[in-house]
Ligand binder design. Structure first.
Ligand code: SAM
Length: 316
């Protein structure tokens, strides 16, 4: 559970990240490919697997919140860095009542809104859409009702962008926490900095990867800085932009400053092993089974790991 306390600004001057506009342009220019095209991609199953983790994770925490609520209470969610709205259906299925979608990429936010407008389900929630930089702007001031209390804040595959600087990470942590009501949750997925550094050490090069992904460090890898540990990340067909290592203890401290308490930290591999039975049907439905084992590295192993992952099924 999250305990809330007043949100001090800590006297930190808010400064826009030097890389924010690069990230924004990258995501704005990213074309939305249809299922037919996606299914031809070599990372199709891996993306489905990541999506499965998100679904399970969201359901787990929305479920906890619902179980603690009285019947008919509001269930309000902030999807910070929502992208094109890939999680809208998950929220509909979970029967939330209100959603705030924010992203730095204005084109993505537009697409997210179109997607929302096209949703026809009877359990449709109300929603608002805000294009802005979560590492620079106080999101609360942009909400239709700045006094609104949220039950869940979700930031999927995006929090690491704020680790460009202390000012940005601090701002993002405040945005994640300041409207949460007691008992609410902030959930996020980020790349594993230790795993990235392990691979860098193994390669003994600043640039490493395989035919699907590449990471090229733009900082001192012997002694990476706490903020601004920048690398250029390329993932076939979907990502090609600067990212930053997240030093987890620092993230935990920042969140603590804004009244959040760490209740759970887990790798995708461990999460999979814990949930593979309860989430088996969903794994099958989401066509995610084939990327399962990857030896605890669901994101991007070397080519042999990729082949191994592709050829294995649940239970092997
Ligand atoms: N959360 C979505 C999902 O799971 O499908 C999108 C993830 S995508 C990998 C990362 C998203 O973070 C992009 O849509 C990008 O525009 C957004 N983003 C990056 N930096 C941001 C910032 N400073 N403020 C708001 N959004 C940002």
């Amino acid at each position: 559970p999250v305990s809330r306390s007043p949100s001090p600004d800590g006297g930190i001057k808010r400064i826009a990240g030097e890389n924010s506009s690069v990230v924004q342009s990258h995501y704005n220019e990213l074309k939305e490919s249809g299922l037919a095209e996606r299914s031809k991609s070599r990372i199709f199953h891996m993306r489905n697997f990541n999506n499965w983790v998100k679904s399970m994770f969201l359901n787990e925490f929305l479920g906890k919140i619902k179980n603690s609520q009285k019947l008919g209470e509001h269930l309000r969610v902030l999807d910070m860095c929502c992208g094109k709205g890939g999680d809208l259906l998950k929220y509909e299925k979970a029967q939330i009542t209100h959603l705030i979608c924010t992203d730095i990429a204005d084109v993505s936010i537009e697409q997210c809104k179109v997607r929302y407008d096209q949703m026809k389900g009877g359990r449709k929630f109300t929603a608002e859409f805000i294009a802005c930089d979560s590492t620079l702007v106080r999101l609360r001031e942009k909400y239709k009702d700045p006094s609104m209390k949220l039950n869940l804040v979700s930031c999927q595959f995006a929090f690491h962008y704020c680790f460009e600087s202390l000012s940005q990470a601090d701002c993002m942590a405040r945005n994640a926490s300041e409207c949460l009501q007691p008992g609410g949750y902030f959930i996020a997925t980020i790349p594993d900095a230790n795993e990235i550094m392990r691979r860098q050490r193994l390669a003994n090069e600043n640039s490493f990867g395989n035919s699907v992904y590449n990471i090229e460090f733009c900082c001192d890898t012997e002694n990476p800085p706490l903020f601004g540990a920048k690398y250029q990340f390329h993932l076939e067909g979907v990502v090609d932009c600067p990212e930053f290592l997240v030093y987890f203890p620092l993230l935990e401290e920042l969140c603590k400053k804004y009244g959040l308490k760490l209740v759970r930290k887990t790798s995708f591999a461990d999460y999979f092993h814990e949930n593979k039975e309860s989430g088996k049907m969903l794994l099958q439905r989401m066509n995610a089974l084939e990327s399962y084992p990857n030896k605890g590295r669901p994101l991007f192993g070397d080519d042999s790991e990729y082949e191994h992952a592709k050829n294995n099924k649940l239970g092997n």
